[in-house]
Design a binder for this molecule. Structure first.
Ligand code: FAD
Length: 568
């Protein structure tokens, strides 16, 4: 068991080392909590850590503008280490939270084992997640829209669609290529459909065989109006703006399935398209599912008015991942950036008050306004009870989120992007980053360990050239049980049985391998019985070489090993 670089043992307030505050998530909630704690960390009053999947903070409300090229992707992100320099930052996947032992279980990228980070105060700020599994084909054939990678991939796809449509001789296929469907008429769906519409229509001017009138953007909303976050009048106005721009808005229309070439609707009809953006399926973060705590009807953990997880002292939560009661309304706080920012700032004060044995304050949220950008020069907004629409709403949205953007450098860069956009046409260079290699090659020198027995699954390896030795460690000794050479493979057992590696693989000669990542391998294995059969014979032989007759035995023993590590 490995402890990360945190003070080793302090679970009692009488210890001399400062209390360890660990923040999970580097989004709005996590970063704004951390910002409020920087001074205390600098003065040594707390030991502050942030754990997040990416090493940057992302301004999600500006994500749609990356699709249209209004903003360059790096300009809406900021490195968390620079934003919160007095924190100990861990870029890692958070695997589990043990509230009893007061430990967070993390896995650093490409590391062979879990690490355990102890805490005295824990902040849950891991945001929400997306689950599209309930609608057949949608997960496989849609673009989700939450991360910077999602926005870059969608932009790249739109440009490649224009390239294909420009040379497509078949009118039906061209129509399908130039039809862009967005499912979900909330904030995200509305913003994305408006940006796609603006971008594709403007970019089409650079393609000789595409007319603007051939571009169809369709926004599907399951309920009777778009933008449930806004009042009905603003939502109606927004819909009229979208329609004026040529976007087809279909209300009471649900997606029931998708293939690579069409989207199926609840009424049984199909839309022929190669582009489906899924701005639907928002669910709680699966990381929090196992926590034993009070939950709301949507399954989100509930905090009390001080932002503490009900029944869990010194475990706090902010942002989209929890239900936050609102002292000024009978509705819970909305899942918005504005609310996460204010809750984060408030929470930092409550944590410091608790540490100083002072009283904490209830969180009350009254939004100062709601903004929805509707593409170039148009938007809808409600500010302090006043409704604004059109150009001024768009301008106010931009000003508001520009001011919220952390760091002066980023503010200036975004301002320059927006200014250039007024003068020059949007870029249509396709960097094609969606084809980044999921399957990689690697080289090992003679004697080098490729992975060790007991490591977490590393991927599926095929030997291109060279020889490796399979070594099994048992009872303090090690025996060589097989030699594998060009064309042989290894690593499949831990992926297929979901256990740690059952043997060490060591290069005998210089070795070149192809490595398929774990996700791709398990997807192939779960989707094809032929694929599984292909491996079952070899695995049975290998298991008997390890002295294991029943595969469940390794599952059992390896799970015990993981649990033991967790306990030790
Ligand atoms: C396209 C889009 C447009 C939006 N527009 C607006 C808008 O106009 N106005 C507005 O107010 N709000 C808007 N929102 C909503 C707003 O962005 C969210 O409410 C806000 O980001 C919530 O902040 P958060 O900190 O709770 O979660 P997030 O910002 O989602 O941050 C969660 C963090 O936790 C990390 N994380 C999660 N799970 C793990 C794990 N297992 N291991 C490691 N790290 C993990 C993530 O990587 C991320 O860094 C928009 C959202 C989107 C997606």
């Amino acid at each position: 068991m490995a402890f990360a670089t945190e003070p080793a043992s302090k679970n009692r307030p009488d210890c001399s080392s400062p209390p360890r505050v660990v923040i999970l998530g580097g989004g709005y909630g996590g970063v704004y909590t951390a910002l409020g704690l920087q001074k205390a960390a600098r003065n040594g009053l707390i030991h502050l850590s942030i754990i997040s999947r990416e090493n940057f903070f992302l301004a999600q409300p500006m994500l749609a503008e990356v699709v249209s090229g209004s903003i360059e992707p790096p300009h809406i992100i900021s490195p968390i280490r620079r934003l919160c320099p007095k924190s100990n930052f861990h870029q890692a996947e958070i695997e589990d939270i043990d509230l009893d032992k007061r430990l967070v279980v993390v896995r650093y990228r490409e590391q062979p084992d879990f690490h355990y980070i102890p805490f005295d105060h824990l902040v849950l700020a891991v945001g929400s997640s997306t689950d599209l599994s309930g609608t057949p084909g949608v997960a496989a054939h849609s673009f989700s829209f939450k991360t910077l990678g999602d926005a870059i991939a969608l932009r790249s796809h739109l440009i490649s669609i224009l390239e294909k449509a420009d040379v497509e001789p078949d009118a039906n296929r061209k129509n399908s290529l130039l039809t862009f469907v967005v499912a979900g008429g909330g904030y995200t769906g509305v913003e994305v459909s408006a940006e796609i519409n603006d971008f594709v229509k403007e970019a089409s001017q650079s393609y000789q065989h595409i007319e603007q009138t051939e571009v169809n953007v369709v926004l599907l909303q399951g309920s009777s109006r778009i933008l449930p976050e806004l009042d009905a009048e603003s939502a109606d106005f927004s819909q009229r703006v979208l329609e004026r721009k040529g976007i087809e808005v279909r209300l009471d229309t649900r997606v029931t399935g998708a293939t690579s070439e069409s989207v199926t609707l609840k009424n049984g009809s199909n839309i022929s398209t190669r582009t489906l953006v899924a701005a639907i399926g928002s669910v709680g973060n699966p990381l929090l599912e196992k926590l034993s705590c009070e939950r709301d009807l949507r399954g989100r953990p509930v905090v009390d008015s001080n932002l503490m997880l009900v029944g869990n002292p010194n475990v706090w939560a902010v942002g989209d991942c929890v239900a936050i009661p609102n002292a000024v309304s009978d509705q819970p706080c909305p899942p918005t950036a504005q609310c996460a920012i204010r809750a984060g700032k408030h929470l930092s004060k409550n944590i410091l008050a608790t540490i100083a044995d002072q009283s904490v304050k209830s969180f009350a949220y009254k939004d100062r306004g709601v903004f929805v950008p509707l593409g170039r020069f148009s938007g809808a907004a409600r500010i302090m009870g006043f409704k604004v629409s059109g150009f001024w709403a768009w301008w106010m949205y931009r000003t508001f989120f520009l001011l919220q953007l952390p760091r002066l450098k980023r503010k200036i860069q975004v301002l320059i992007d927006w200014s250039l956009e007024l003068v020059f046409p949007r870029d249509i260079v396709n960097l094609d980053i969606t084809k980044s290699h999921q399957t990689t090659q690697s080289h090992y020198d003679p004697g080098q360990i490729i992975f060790s027995q007991g490591d977490l699954a590393q991927g599926f390896f095929i030997i291109l050239d060279g020889r490796v030795e399979v070594i099994r460690e048992k009872d303090g000794g090690s025996i060589s049980i097989a030699t594998l050479s060009t064309g042989d493979y290894f690593g499949e057992m831990s992926l297929l049985y979901g256990v740690r590696h059952t043997a060490t693989i060591k290069a005998i000669t210089a070795v070149d391998v192809v490595i398929m990542n774990a996700n791709d391998f398990t997807m192939l294995a779960s989707s094809s019985s032929d694929f599984r059969k292909l491996f079952s014979k070899a695995m049975t032989e290998r298991l008997s070489g390890l002295g294991i007759e029943n595969p469940n035995e390794i599952s059992q023993s390896e799970h015990e090993q993981i649990n033991d590590n967790g306990k030790s």
